[in-house]
Design a protein around this ligand. Structure first.
Ligand SMILES: Nc1ncnc2c1ncn2[C@@H]1O[C@H](COP(=O)(O)OP(=O)(O)OP(=O)(O)O)[C@@H](O)[C@H]1O
Ligand SMILES: [Mg+2]
Length: 227
């Protein structure tokens, strides 16, 4: 596959602060093809989560633009961006963002039900089994460990078979064995369905499994790959 699925052009993000304007991302450009995998790495505070939010249309840049699955996100309003996300994007947040009053199964079913899928329950159960939580279906987030919540969040992000899966530290709270299983699952999805992966990670092994790498330092891209 070689169609472009995600393009960033001259992305910058400047936020106001008490010391004046603070540049948290500067002039970042790259292009990904469908089925690619990209690792975004860099130290804490280098702008990784900020970049992920801009690429997924959760936030808007101060300048530059993002094209996702043929849509120019930066030209759309919030509702339009939400629709593009619902159709094409899965997102695993650094803080999981599971719904506290729904159990694991219901959390994963939700996007499928919103999508009108009649096999929502069956598919959610399969996904949770795949992340090793077949025995935790009726547990609410509070009854799950951090790593288990992370796996529910990953199952939920996979659920609607997104074209692009964004994940902020998908193995960050997991022991090395479980982290490896989650990595395997991400790349199985990448291979089986051509899902494009965009991963923020401190996990060197996971970063090395990705075809592409962007390294940030103080909001600047410091690797020397071609855009
Ligand atoms: N809305 C905002 N207002 C002011 N500063 C912000 C805002 N969002 C992010 N920042 C700052 O921008 C920098 C980059 O933040 P970001 O969350 O992208 O870092 P990160 O690379 O994901 O770090 P970590 O690895 O710790 O998650 C940080 O110094 C942060 O304090
Ligand atoms: Mg972050």
């Amino acid at each position: 596959m070689s169609a472009s699925i995600l393009t960033a052009r001259y992305l910058s993000k400047v936020v106001p602060s008490t010391e004046g304007a603070l540049s948290i991302l500067h002039d970042l450009s790259f292009e990904l093809n469908a089925g690619d995998s990209l690792a975004i790495v860099g130290s804490s505070g280098s702008g990784k989560s900020t970049l992920l939010g801009l690429l997924a249309g959760l936030d808007l840049p101060s300048s530059g633009d993002v094209q996702l699955a043929g849509h120019t996100l930066t030209a759309l309003d919030e509702d339009q961006r939400a629709r593009v996300r619902a159709e094409h994007v899965g997102f695993v947040f650094q803080s999981f963002q599971l719904l506290d009053n729904l159990n694991a199964l219901e959390n994963v079913m939700l996007p499928l039900e919103l999508d009108g899928r009649r096999d929502a329950r069956q598919r959610a159960r399969e996904l949770l089994e795949r992340v090793g939580l077949g025995q935790r279906l009726s547990h609410t987030p509070r009854q799950l460990s951090g790593g288990e919540q992370q796996r529910v969040a990953i199952a939920r992000a996979f659920a609607a078979e997104p074209a692009v899966l964004f994940a902020d530290e998908p193995t960050g709270n997991l022991d090395s064995h479980t982290g490896e299983r989650i990595s395997d699952l991400l790349f199985e999805l990448n291979q089986e369905r051509g899902t494009t992966l965009v991963l923020v990670t401190h996990d060197e092994r996971l970063a090395h499994r990705c075809r592409r790498l962007i390294r940030l330092e103080g909001g600047l891209r410091v690797d020397n790959l071609e855009p």
